[in-house]
Design a protein around this ligand. Structure first.
Ligand SMILES: [Ca+2]
Length: 683
């Protein structure tokens, strides 16, 4: 039986003919592929940026302890530390690799992760700082700063051996800054980006428009200067774009830089936000026959070669409905053919709820052949606010009803929704993580993030945890943040290097080999909490211990993954049953068949909280018992735990009087802690 390892050739294909040859071999030779899960609702996703997660060298540096982090918070002025240098470093390649991810699979397994979404690993321009991976130059190769194709194949295999799936991050809407626009009579080396937008059907170089006719498209050399208009001049793999087919100017829209947020005519395939370049990144003309097919073949190549389990698809908002549908359909057919019958396709639709509503509903996603969409609009901010006790819990639960489209509780939104607390962009809100906004003097700062993660894990949908969440990454202390330039207004503050490099890679303007071999010793590494030289893979940190406990619960109880979902009213002293004010406990049930699980979080960061929580009276006569199966405070404390609701303890269903709601008495939940109970109807 062949495996993907048998397909690896010494060099990557120059052309799509080479890619198709590998795809055909995979089919002909009957390569054995890892099957898809039956339902992605059973999985817990973890999103990481390959440059920022691990370089595989953590054993050579000390671990940043929680004691050190606490001490840093109490040190407003650090001697020998320049915040501006640390901040500058954040825009550089830090040195994370594919082998680094391989090295940390055990850590992720222990956390309870079952699928990793890896930021784009494809080859970037040699001398640009696109460490995030979204500016691709070679669609058929791995960026050498991340590693090589064989290492990627090995990563997927080793992950599968541990029961972990791998999702690749793919970009179909645009390519990297591989060429520039040259104004009439200008030299090629003046090739520019972002000339003014030209509306449909015009474009730079259009022979039918007098003002556009003389504009040229110049391919960039290794050092980013325009050097030729002729594809035949592109020799080095660091020049122009690859594969060969991507050296045709006809597959690019060439409309210049327009408004990415322009929201008129969202369904118009020729709207400005569909045709514009993405800043310096060049829009693909997916409406030109052949372009989409070529991109599909590139990505089928990566499925055949790596045995990956799904794609997160970038910038879907900027692709027409038919283009997304055809892309996803073709990917899905190929995956089906090779035995991956539930290949995951998640769309990123930025731009807020105006756009989200178009795609974040059930039928619109089916129209696009997507499995699910990332919930990065207003819902992300609502989740964060609910978890901080700033708004009523119902604000979050209401979103599911809004988007149920008449499917109601038995369908709801389930596996069509990927919940997000933090990510690498924060399209809305401050560019800092949940934990960064928690005051330094809160005792719960190192694990407050357990609350939103519990909401993600135990509500409808596929939860996605952003790397560093389990370490409560928070950047500089509150007292130091004022010294950090652009805080909290820059993407980099969401992208600390978890492995804690001492220095970033050599300057991206130097030759690629120098970047691979040397460090830039003029800058500190962009490590977590404003440090350099210490990693943060702490399997005993307060957030890690709690989140791993919750992931284990989720894996062990189908009702927590698959059940219907009901927010629960609560009776506080002196009130009736109602949805309480912000800062009180938030409670909800999941019901599967006749089994009910009750989830309770205390979003109050300072005070303990409790109340009488409604449960499904029709399933539970007075006197029935619920048993505590999860208690994060106890998970963190261990055998010395003396608080309420210890694991295994039971609570009896009560009613104030016949006909009144059935409830159980939840008392003294500590700040930022989580309690889960279950009624085992099968006992
Ligand atoms: Ca587009």
């Amino acid at each position: 039986m062949s495996t993907p390892f048998d397909l690896i050739e010494p060099d990557r294909p120059d052309s799509l003919a080479g890619a198709k040859s590998l795809i055909n071999r995979a089919i002909r030779e009957g390569v054995s592929y890892f099957p898809s899960p039956i339902s992605w609702r059973d999985e817990v996703l973890y999103f990481l940026l390959p440059d920022r997660f691990s370089d595989g060298q953590e054993s050579t540096r000390p671990m940043l302890t929680r004691e050190e982090i606490a001490e840093l918070r109490q040190t407003p002025n650090r001697p020998d530390w320049d915040w501006n240098l640390w901040s500058d470093s954040g825009e550089r390649w830090q040195g994370g690799t594919i082998n680094g991810i391989r090295n940390q699979l055990g850590y992720l397994k222990k956390l309870g992760i079952s699928a990793i979404w890896i930021g784009p690993i494809f080859k970037q321009r040699a001398r640009l700082d696109t460490y995030h991976g979204y500016g691709i130059q070679d669609f058929l190769d791995v960026d050498p700063r991340f590693g090589n194709r064989a290492e990627l194949v090995t990563l997927v295999k080793e992950a599968h051996d541990q029961g972990i799936r791998i999702l690749l991050d793919v970009i179909v809407n645009h390519s990297g800054d591989n060429w520039g626009y040259v104004a009439p009579d200008n030299e090629l080396n003046t090739a520019q980006n972002q000339p003014p937008y030209q509306g449909w059907a015009n474009y730079y170089g259009n022979p039918d428009d007098e003002n556009m006719r003389k504009w040229k498209l110049a391919w960039r050399d290794e050092a980013q200067a325009g050097f030729t208009t002729e594809p035949s001049d592109i020799i080095s793999r660091h020049e122009g774009a690859w594969p060969l087919e991507f050296q045709s100017k006809d597959i690019y829209t060439r409309a210049g830089m327009g408004d990415l947020g322009e929201s008129n005519n969202i369904s118009d395939p020729h709207a400005q936000h569909k045709r514009t370049d993405f800043l310096a990144l060049k829009d693909f003309a997916l409406d030109v026959p052949g372009t989409l097919t070529q991109l599909i073949q590139c990505l089928q190549y990566w499925i055949a070669l790596t045995d990956c389990d799904g794609f997160r698809i970038d910038t879907v908002k900027h692709m027409a409905l038919e283009e997304t549908r055809n892309f996803c359909g073709a990917i899905r057919e190929f995956a089906d053919l090779i035995g991956k019958h539930n290949f995951l396709l998640i769309g990123e639709i930025a731009g807020g709820d105006n756009f989200q509503d178009i795609v974040m509903d059930y039928t619109a996603m089916m129209e696009r052949n997507l499995n699910a969409a990332l919930d990065i609009g207003g819902a992300r901010l609502t989740l964060s606010s609910v978890a901080k006790g700033l708004v009523n819990g119902n604000a979050y639960f209401h979103i599911f009803n809004q988007q149920s489209q008449g499917f109601e509780s038995h369908r709801n939104f389930g596996d069509r929704h990927v919940s997000i607390l933090d990510d690498h962009d924060h399209v809305f809100g401050s560019k800092i993580r949940f934990s960064a906004e928690v005051p330094d003097d809160f005792a719960v700062k190192d694990y407050y993030v357990t609350v939103p993660v519990a909401i993600q894990l135990f509500t409808l949908g596929i939860p996605c945890i952003y790397y560093g969440t389990e370490q409560a990454f928070a950047g500089p202390a509150n007292s130091q943040a004022g010294k950090v330039q652009n805080w909290p207004g820059h993407d980099k503050y969401l992208r600390e290097a978890m492995f804690g490099p001492s220095h970033p890679r050599a300057n991206f303007k130097l030759e690629l080999q120098t970047q691979l071999d040397q460090l830039d010793e003029s800058l500190p590494g962009f490590g977590p909490f404003g440090t350099a030289g210490k990693h943060c893979f702490d399997e005993n940190s307060p957030a890690f211990v709690r989140i791993s406990n919750l992931c284990e619960l989720r894996a062990g109880h189908p009702v927590l993954r698959l059940g219907r979902q009901y927010p629960r009213q609560i009776q506080l002293p002196g009130t009736g049953f109602e949805f309480p004010a912000p800062g009180e406990i938030v409670a909800w049930s999941r019901i599967l068949y006749n089994q009910e699980a009750l989830c309770i979080v205390n979003p109050n960061g300072v005070n303990e909280r409790g109340g009488n929580v409604v449960i499904a009276g029709e399933l539970s006569p007075t006197g029935v018992e619920y048993v505590v199966i999860g208690n994060t405070a106890q998970a963190a404390t261990g055998p010395g735990y003396t608080g309420t609701h210890s694991i295994g303890s039971k609570l009896t269903v009560k009613r104030n009087s016949p006909g009144e709601p059935a409830f159980i008495e939840i008392r003294n939940v500590q700040p930022a802690e989580v309690i889960v109970l279950i009624k085992d109807t099968f006992a």
